[in-house]
Design a protein around this ligand. Structure first.
Ligand code: CTP
Length: 450
């Protein structure tokens, strides 16, 4: 019996999929079709899938060509499958020509001509309205965000806003955006959604105005400096029926989701302590190192360090305390926040101009999780136990260098209503962070005497 194998996501099943399965089947007697999991697709940077895996499997099954359907969930699985199932011929479409030649040592490799003018991407783009995004602020982060935007289909940056015309001009030179403006009202008129990446102290006002104009918003952290304002902005977004999301990138990375699941599934027992640290020796002239009022360690990195704490212990702590030491220009160069929960302790440590081991350690009654620096861009982590020789290692890669595309895909999913429930970073968690930021700002005012 001649066995054939082929793979795909088979999202929004279309004629191209049907034809490749038909032709693959005709090459032999028994066809195995591998359908990707959502987790695997996210890891390899294929974002925005619409159909859940059961629908995609059912659609493959309904063609009647597949004798067996398997799930593809990790890199390297194809080599394993080819050997495991005794495959004679491996088939993929011509868009993959050459990419799987390494399998030729195990079986025939055939690339079949791709059906022209159809793909899941095209259908996805036709189904949903292209979201026109405006970028507020044109500094370093906006540039990195913009560079990642092209990897998420269905959203396009069409306008940039900055009251500082010089910065706008520099941005304009590097990025082919259609419209530029230093008039926020006119800018808002052009777009469906905004990404706010302006200086910290301007976030809330831009967010409020955008929501009131009916625009969806994704805002860099920290979104606000006060609890009340955070509550108000989320309520306002609800009232205007728009999405409001705080852009804490780590929350949306596949590896971070996996780490949370492992922490919660009993592997390390009951969680007793979470310690998250983020430090950087940045450019002394940069905003985070030089802006004594709104920069500094906690403002820049505190949202990251609070994230695993609130995700794992929740937002109902019994009490918390916060303390900072200041650098010579008045910024907090190191800030420590300690949370007491009924059955747990947690520490957030942030440093700007101070270097420490930037790790995330989650301690439990059976073992602990160690995610090394940079855990906020998590690609791997360990579970360790009393016996130092027993280490469970998890690889959880993502595509790209800084993870923005995952945050953007999440935002788009929410805007289009295809993203499912809001669980990766809830408004409650974001509001709880604003409460800590507020206390930090109080401390800062006292320490700096303003
Ligand atoms: N395929 C094809 N002709 C098309 C589209 C896809 O022959 N017009 C083939 C692919 O080459 C692959 C299989 O169908 O062998 C599954 O592809 P998949 O990536 O699931 O579909 P695409 O439409 O290419 O998806 P996307 O646009 O998300 O990349």
């Amino acid at each position: 019996m001649k066995k054939i194998i082929t793979y795909g996501s088979f999202d929004l099943f279309h004629e191209g999929h049907y034809r490749i399965l038909e032709r693959a089947k005709a090459l032999g007697d028994y066809l195995i079709v591998g359908v990707t999991t959502e987790y695997y697709d996210r890891q390899r940077g294929k974002l925005n899938l619409v159909d859940p895996i059961m629908t995609r499997i059912q659609n493959v099954k309904d063609t009647g060509f597949a004798d067996e359907i398997i799930v593809e969930d990790h890199v390297g699985q194809k080599i394993e499958d080819v050997q495991k199932y005794g495959i004679d011929t491996f088939v993929l479409g011509s868009d993959w020509t050459g990419k799987f030649d390494y399998l030729k040592q195990y079986c025939n490799v055939v690339y079949l001509e791709r059906t022209p003018n159809i793909s899941s991407t095209i259908i996805r783009e036709d189904r949903v309205k292209l979201i026109k995004l405006g970028i507020v602020g044109t500094g370093r982060i906006a540039r990195r965000f913009f560079a990642e935007l092209k990897y998420v289909s269905g959203i396009e940056a069409i306008a940039a806003y900055n009251p500082d015309t010089e910065s706008l001009k520099r941005f304009k030179k590097d990025f082919p955006i259609l419209a530029y403006s230093n008039d926020y009202v006119k800018f808002l008129d052009k777009v469906d959604a905004v990404y706010v990446a302006s200086p910290n102290e301007t976030h809330a006002a831009y967010v409020r105005q955008a929501i009131m104009a009916g625009k969806h918003v994704i805002c860099e952290k920290p979104m606000t400096f006060t609890y009340d304002e955070a509550v108000e902005l989320y309520a306002l977004a609800k009232e205007h029926q728009v999405v409001l999301m705080e852009g804490i990138r780590a929350a949306y990375l596949p590896g971070f989701q996996q780490l949370l699941s492992v922490a919660r599934n009993g592997t390390i027992g009951e969680i007793c302590d979470v310690e998250a640290c983020f430090t950087r020796l940045g450019d002394p002239k940069s905003r985070e190192m030089a802006d004594a009022k709104y920069g500094g360690a906690f403002m820049e990195y505190g949202s990251y360090t609070m994230l695993p704490i609130f995700k794992l212990f929740g937002t109902e702590y019994v009490q918390f305390s916060i303390d900072s030491i200041l650098g010579k220009d008045g910024i907090d160069k190191f800030t420590k926040v300690q949370f007491r929960y009924k059955d747990g302790l947690a520490t957030s440590k942030t440093g700007a101009g101070v270097k420490s081991e930037g790790q995330l350690v989650i301690s439990g009654t059976k073992g602990y999780i160690l995610a090394k620096s940079p855990w906020w861009l998590i690609k791997e982590f360990d579970v360790r136990f009393e016996d130092p020789n027993k280490v469970e290692h998890y690889d959880a890669p993502f595509v790209g260098s800084d993870g923005f595309r995952y945050e953007i895909a999440e935002f788009l999913g929410k805007v289009n209503g295809t993203g499912g429930n809001d669980y990766k970073l809830t408004s409650q968690e974001s509001i709880a962070m604003a409460k800590v930021v507020e206390k930090f700002m109080g401390l800062r005012r006292t320490q700096q005497g303003w």
